[in-house]
Ligand binder design. Structure first.
Ligand SMILES: [Zn+2]
Length: 340
């Protein structure tokens, strides 16, 4: 089969890989229908994380081709959406809703690589969720978004406790930030402030439910949020970037007693303890337990109540994945869908 391999930073190739096979009785082999490039794939692409002939990709939807003897909830022919973290969905941590911290957790990007024609998914029962039937082609991008960006944005909005009567603020207008806006709206937030400087993304933010746009960043961004909220700050703040400035902007924009959900993968962010201490806020973040939300998100997409698929603004065949990485790196694309 064909698959994306990052030889080293900036050097992405589509090459022949061995076809995956069932190894454990709990495995499934999925023939992928669509996959995509994640903002986090840019970390190794830019040399911030190591890359050495690394198999790429962790977002995926497709049709189950084969299952191991112990798999019970999905069968060959099922269309499935999977989380970017493998989980058993039965351990104590999973049952508490934190499948991304499962005792058997394994990151799909570390060794599986779903930017490929097929993937072996371990712990299929705990990782994959079948859709109610074969989706219409126009639903495929939305279902693919559920695999990571939607699930992650949703978790961030839940962690920030966005809801009725509340003001939410979202730091970051990338795919995850936009999905957090969608989630905050679905969860019933009264006012949703998108912190964004890009006209195109501001437009999409409004489409997904943003009521206000703030272009200021850092301390000026915090001051603006306070000014808009009677001096208090927002009730529910999402951090979806992962830089020092964005993280501290999110801390500063959260009102005392408010909630901050952080899902930007933060590299070398230093959080001054004293600022967090005096902020007096609830914080929850980390890799999103997407599996917790998948059944609900799939249903919302199936019933056409949400349209997360618009977050993909460039579609390329898998063979042109290198161009997709380049487009995202140069910010010509927010999120690239790869077709098979
Ligand atoms: Zn578990």
């Amino acid at each position: 089969m064909r698959g994306v391999i990052m030889h080293t930073a900036g050097d992405v190739r589509v090459e022949d890989r061995d076809d995956p096979k069932i190894i454990e009785p709990t495995d499934a082999v999925v023939r992928l229908t669509a996959t995509c490039i994640c903002g986090s794939d840019l970390w190794p692409y830019r040399g911030i994380e190591p890359a050495d002939h690394t198999l790429m990709g962790h977002e995926y939807v497709g049709v189950v081709e084969e299952v191991g003897s112990a798999v019970e909830t999905v069968e060959p022919g099922d269309f499935v959406v999977g989380s970017f973290v493998i989980s058993d969905n039965t351990c104590e941590i999973c049952r508490a809703g934190f499948q991304s911290k499962c005792v058997h957790a394994e990151f799909v990007h570390a060794g599986i690589g779903t930017q490929a024609e097929k993937a072996r998914i371990p712990l299929a029962d705990g990782t994959l969720v079948a859709t109610p039937g074969r989706p219409e082609p126009e639903l495929v991008p939305a279902l693919l978004a559920a695999s990571d960006v939607l699930g992650t944005g949703w978790f961030a909005a839940v962690a920030a406790e966005a809801g009725p009567g509340k003001t939410a603020a979202v730091v970051g207008d990338g795919a995850v930030g936009l999905m957090a806006i969608l989630a905050a709206k679905q969860l019933g937030a009264e006012r949703i402030i998108a912190m964004s400087r890009h006209p195109e993304r501001q437009k999409l933010a409004r489409y997904y439910g943003a009521t206000d746009i703030v272009e200021e960043r850092g301390d000026a961004g915090v001051a603006k949020i306070k000014e808009m909220t009677g001096g208090h700050g927002a009730h529910a703040v999402v951090e979806a970037v992962g830089t020092q400035e964005a993280f501290m902007q999110a801390v500063g924009a959260t009102r005392g007693g408010g909630h901050m959900g952080y899902v930007g993968v933060n590299h070398e962010v230093q959080i001054p303890g004293i600022e967090l201490f005096f902020a007096g806020i609830h914080t929850l973040g980390g890799p999103a337990p997407v599996r917790r939300f998948l059944p609900e998100l799939i249903q919302l997409i199936w019933d056409r109540k949400i349209d997360p698929g618009r977050v993909f603004d460039l579609t390329l065949p898998l063979e042109q994945a290198p161009e997709g990485y380049k487009a995202m790196d140069e910010r010509r694309a927010t999120k690239v869908l790869l077709t098979l």
